[in-house]
Design a protein around this ligand. Structure first.
Ligand SMILES: [Zn+2]
Length: 358
């Protein structure tokens, strides 16, 4: 609670009505303070060999130790220990790759035991109040990458990790020829009840003939990237499933978020089932290594700001927007990856394209 007392000292009660998630972006000078804190943390946290690290950490039954999946570096810089839940709860360790800056859970979950994380009750989590917020977030993100999602026009869309079908419902309403895959059988069953034309399937894309045939125009990963234990393999699959001119849309938590720099282990992006945490830099490595030609990012200002329902004063809203842009995009990272030059030519529009060299 030391940061609350310091905040009181520096800013008085002027920002008490501003929600926590927005405060770090609107209090004068706070962005620079948090960036400096982060630099200190990186400079003073020790870097250890993987062998040394393995001696420091217990290994759970469903876990394995990893080296950096983005660059292959094995050394570890232990940074965070997120915890949560009541009673027995959960806890894991997050390390930073000292070579490329990638943040990941280590030990991580063995891919074949991933099902254990989603065994029961996950589909309940995906419905209810959560559902309305999610659909609004889909809408705002599609708008940020207009015109890709404005009209489906029978284009083929795959939603990877489609859950209970909330996004597929929007996609079929917009005229996409849409389908999905998910690892939770109960979510797939619920989705297929909800949907009219779109269909979801249980399992991996390569196990479903309708999907493994490929030729997709759009693939979407809504809050899925941080859950992937083998991202390189999955992204190679996505690249091969996209047809010429195809695009991949990703929404995930942003590992460069000012909120992570401010709150550390208690950051909202460290949820129970998240495995890896990407920034606009590390995700470029992932895309380049798996054959994508380019990528564009859309800063995330927060759902209430983008929907125009915020109670924040206009001058503070302007300050928030500026600080989101200066601090690499806000608490969520939104990006559109382009399979090839044809995709860049067709869809880049007003977006700034970063070309990727393999
Ligand atoms: Zn690395």
């Amino acid at each position: 609670m030391a940061h609350r007392r310091l905040g009181r000292l520096a800013y008085g009660s002027r920002y008490d009505n501003v929600p926590w998630g927005q405060r770090v972006y609107v209090r004068p000078g706070e962005r620079l303070i948090r960036e400096t804190q982060w630099q200190w943390l990186i400079r003073r946290s020790p870097v250890v060999s993987l062998e040394e690290y393995q001696r420091m950490r217990p290994l759970g039954e469903i876990e394995e130790f990893l080296s950096c999946m983005m660059c292959g570096e094995s050394r570890q810089q232990p940074l965070f220990q997120p915890t949560g839940g009541s009673g027995k709860g959960w806890r894991y360790h997050v390390t930073r790759c000292p070579a490329c800056g990638f943040l990941y859970r280590n030990p991580n979950v063995r891919p074949e035991r991933l099902g254990d994380l989603y065994a029961t009750g996950y589909s309940n989590f995906l419905t209810g109040k959560y559902a309305a917020n999610r659909q609004r977030r889909y809408d705002l993100t599609m708008k940020a990458f207009s015109p890709v999602f404005d009209e489906g026009k029978e284009r083929r869309l795959l939603d990877f990790g489609s859950g209970v079908g909330l996004f597929l419902e929007l996609a079929e309403q917009r005229g996409f020829d849409a389908c999905g895959v998910d690892l939770s059988p109960e979510s797939v069953a619920q989705a297929n009840e909800r949907l009219r034309r779109a269909r979801t399937y249980f399992g991996a894309p390569e196990d479903v003939p309708e999907i493994s045939a490929g030729g997709f125009d759009v693939i979407t990963l809504w809050s899925v990237l941080a859950h992937l234990p083998r991202p390189l393999e999955d992204f190679r699959t996505f690249r091969s499933l996209l047809g010429p001119g195809g695009v991949l849309l990703v929404l995930t938590v942003n590992a460069r978020s000012l909120l992570l720099k401010a709150y550390g282990s208690t950051w909202s992006g460290f949820t129970k089932n998240h495995l890896m945490f990407y920034s606009s830099t590390t995700v470029r490595t992932l895309l380049a290594r798996t054959g994508f030609a380019g990528v564009a990012f859309a800063p995330h200002y927060g759902d209430t700001i983008e929907a125009g329902t915020t109670a924040l004063r206009p001058d503070l809203t302007r300050r928030l927007r500026r600080n989101v842009e200066l601090s690499d995009g806000g608490n969520m990272m939104r990006m559109l990856a382009f399979a090839d030059e044809e995709a860049i030519g067709r869809w880049s529009g007003p977006l700034t394209i970063h070309r990727l060299n393999p």
